[in-house]
Design a protein around this ligand. Structure first.
Ligand SMILES: [Zn+2]
Length: 469
């Protein structure tokens, strides 16, 4: 077996990943003095390693296998197979929110390397939610609200209370060899298992669900311990986006540069390259944050997409079609993994619900979020909206925040902004209706199909105010 695989086949089949996980011979080793041995080379620091041609040429930014030689699609799994994506309306984030329980398995060596505090683990869960829910005022705010939420499991597979964190000390496991997953994994049908160790010298890797991964003990996500959590100090991979990227794979996404330049137009872009049309074609991965990258044609490379290889600080979005493919993958390939959030489910964050819904009760909080871009300006009935202290903010940002909303806020809202092509565009009008306080019983919601078409340009999010009401 070659010492390491050439670029063209860096992404081995997941089956190969599974089979090789018990091979001895770590290809990656980091000594106590910080010296790193990898692939027959020696590097004197993390910085030297991460910046090396070896790291890049071997795809170690992420070694998730994305070969499309997966199982034959069947049933509605065909909507998000290895061959194609069908971004049908039933996969729209507006339909409902899904919650995924997570168990984090922290693996250390006998020197104590790899230790992670509970706070650092919680910060990683926070980053996943910021990025997958595009939470306002977070670094993921400008992305697409995928309406998939993550929380540390509160019940273990035996139904016992748990923190959702396990810790183990084992030198082989820390080196990402030996079959630690077969020992540590919690039912992979029902839990997202995240392991932290050296990830075999990569920043991370995962197994796409299209390999029929759910239920296999090897299913899950592996993250380099140093790149796990927020503000880890592991610049430029210090903001927790390695996990965002790997969980993107875990939910069925391919790299934006998968198979190089694809058809730019539908329908070809749904069954070539990354199987997604609203990510611009990209010939090869980008590192750093190269604003002028245009690897396929005049269109900008999707350097801000979580599924490229750019720095954590450069990434801030999944696209709407990536969101639909992930939700399709969850529904059809991981059907036992999620719960549907109740409308008033506070989950682990500040979000009360996200049903696309034009009604809200006076006194609740509300965020209207327009698509990403620059120079956002909000209008009510065609008249520019003016900030009102802390109650009404974001009039010049993608997210207009009401805290609380008042009956007098009812009206027709639009947002004008510059899109990525610097063209001034305006959202479809959104009709907001505000009901008197306490006019709905707790947890009650009204479905307004007629409004849905107008809402599609928005993410509508209701949140529970922090103080008692
Ligand atoms: Zn990847």
């Amino acid at each position: 077996m070659a010492k390491y695989l050439p670029v063209g086949v860096c992404c081995a089949l997941a089956a190969a990943l599974i089979a090789s996980s018990s091979d001895a011979q770590p290809q990656f080793e980091r000594q106590a003095n910080g010296v790193i041995h990898a692939g027959g080379y020696t590097f004197d620091s993390w910085g030297a390693y991460l910046g090396s041609d070896y790291f890049k040429a071997n795809g170690l930014r992420c070694k998730t296998g994305t070969s499309k030689a997966g199982p034959s699609p069947k049933g509605s799994q065909a909507d998000c197979s290895f061959l194609a994506t069908n971004p049908a309306g039933e996969y729209a984030p507006e339909v409902e929110r899904y919650r995924i329980p997570v168990v984090v398995h922290v693996i250390m060596n006998t020197n104590g390397d790899g230790a992670l505090s509970d706070a650092m683990i919680l910060s990683q869960i926070d980053v996943l939610n910021e990025d997958f829910l595009a939470l306002p005022a977070s670094s993921g705010a400008d992305g697409t609200d995928v309406q998939i939420e993550f929380y540390l499991a509160t019940e273990d597979p035996d139904g016992q209370p748990t923190t959702g964190i396990t810790r183990s000390t084992n030198n082989d496991w820390f080196d990402d060899v030996a079959n630690y997953k077969s020992v540590l994994a919690w039912d992979t049908h029902r839990y997202l298992n995240i392991y932290t160790n050296t990830a075999g010298g990569a920043l991370g890797y995962a197994i796409l669900p299209q390999y029929n991964a759910a239920g296999n003990s090897q299913d899950g996500v592996v993250i380099l311990h140093a790149a796990f959590g927020k503000d880890s100090g592991f610049v430029p991979y210090d903001l927790g986006r390695t996990a965002t990227h790997e969980v993107g794979h875990y939910l069925g996404l391919l790299h934006t540069f998968e198979s190089g330049c694809d058809d730019a137009a539908a329908p070809g872009c749904y069954n070539t390259a990354d199987l997604i049309c609203d990510t611009n074609p990209e010939a090869f991965e980008n590192y750093g944050c190269p604003a002028a990258a245009t690897s396929c044609n005049a269109s900008p490379d999707p350097i801000h997409n979580y599924m490229d290889y750019t720095d954590d600080a450069c990434m801030f979005e999944f696209t709407p079609e990536q969101a639909r493919r992930m939700r399709c993958s969850l529904l059809n390939w991981r059907p036992s993994l999620y719960q549907i959030a109740e409308p008033d489910d506070t989950g682990g964050g500040a979000i009360e619900s996200s049903r696309a819904n034009g009604f809200i009760q006076d006194g609740h909080g509300l965020v209207l979020t327009a698509p990403a871009g620059t120079g956002h300006s909000w209008y009510r009935g065609g008249v520019p909206i003016v900030t009102e202290g802390e109650r009404l903010t974001g009039v010049d940002s993608p997210s207009l925040i009401f805290d609380p909303v008042l009956e007098s806020d009812a009206g027709i809202y639009t947002c004008a902004f510059n899109n990525g092509n610097k063209a001034l565009v305006e959202t479809a009008p959104f009709t907001l209706m505000v009901l008197p306080p306490n006019s709905l019983p707790a947890g009650a919601w009204i479905s307004i199909a007629a409004l849905m078409a107008a809402i599609t340009a928005f993410t509508l999010r209701l949140f529970r105010r922090s103080q008692a009401e």
